[in-house]
Design a protein around this ligand. Structure first.
Ligand code: ADP
Length: 257
């Protein structure tokens, strides 16, 4: 599992980079191709026309490379049945060596058999990222809690730019009692390469967000300096009228405070 996780992590960083790079490259290459094409068509000097054709062909080859890079970045993700219990078990195993004695860890699984369509490895990586961040935020110790619940999200939970459907969601929360974050940090949390750590990559949370979004879910953060941080992942379990959950909790907006 660890080996596969490392592979997934590498892939994820690569995919992020490739995704960003291909976007920029495409914007550079398109005008180049056009310029070459125009030069070939309109140049009076045949040498210039040949030069134009060369520029155009290079531009075209570049664009082809970019589009294959893009489809790699989007990736052929394996969809499978993900089981909550399997996810938290794997997480326990992976965290074993990383939780210092000063950090109390607790995992609360309301139903290990809850299953949904998704990618186990990606979600495992996402949760691991959140837990490692939490541990790093508690150099003097504290508590790391992973809570799970089934919640019902109504329309008013979502902001305008979120194209998410109301319904039943699995909420996985990673809660620490660490340093917390000031508003300036909270605001920039999901920016690529944003980090406050000396050896941070600033890609962890962005990658989490990407993974959760690709599952049709969303993330919420709540944090207070000196008190701690809560990350909540919401993963869709199905439409509202599916068999109703045991104890649906109606969720209200969470905001960084
Ligand atoms: P990295 O961990 O490499 O810095 P992330 O994208 O995972 O990259 O996190 C970005 C920043 O968000 C961190 O540098 C840190 O400042 C802040 N952060 C993330 N999680 C927590 C947390 N649980 N408590 C306090 N700050 C956090």
């Amino acid at each position: 599992a660890e080996q596969e996780l490392i592979r997934a992590q590498r892939f994820e960083s690569l995919a992020l980079l490739a995704g960003g790079l291909s976007h920029d490259l495409r914007n550079l290459l398109q005008p180049l191709l056009l310029a070459g094409d125009t030069l070939e068509d309109y140049a009076d000097d045949p040498r210039l026309a040949r030069l134009g054709a060369l520029v155009r062909d290079c531009g075209r080859r570049g664009l082809e490379m970019v589009s294959s890079m893009l489809s790699f970045a989007r990736g052929a993700r394996r969809a499978e049945q993900v089981k909550l219990g399997a996810l938290t078990d794997a997480l326990k195993l992976l965290l074993q060596g990383s939780v210092p004695r000063t950090v109390q860890m607790g995992i609360e699984v309301y139903d290990p058999d809850v299953a949904f369509e998704g990618n186990h490895t990606e979600l495992q990586q996402c949760l691991l990222n959140l837990c490692l961040n939490a541990i790093q935020a508690m150099p003097e110790g504290g508590s790391l809690r992973i809570d799970t619940a089934q919640v019902t999200l109504a329309d008013d939970f979502f902001s305008d730019d979120e194209s998410i459907v109301p319904g039943r969601y699995l909420r996985i929360s990673v809660i620490d009692t660490g340093a917390g974050m000031p508003p300036e940090v909270l605001q920039r949390l999901f920016e690529p390469f944003f980090t406050t750590k000396e050896t941070g990559t600033g890609l962890g949370l962005l990658s989490c967000k990407r993974i959760v979004a690709s599952h049709g879910g969303l993330m919420r953060v709540r944090s207070r300096v000196g008190e701690g941080t809560q990350f909540h992942l919401y993963l869709p379990l199905g439409a509202m009228d599916d068999e109703a959950g045991d104890m649906p909790v109606l969720e209200h907006h969470l905001q960084g405070e």
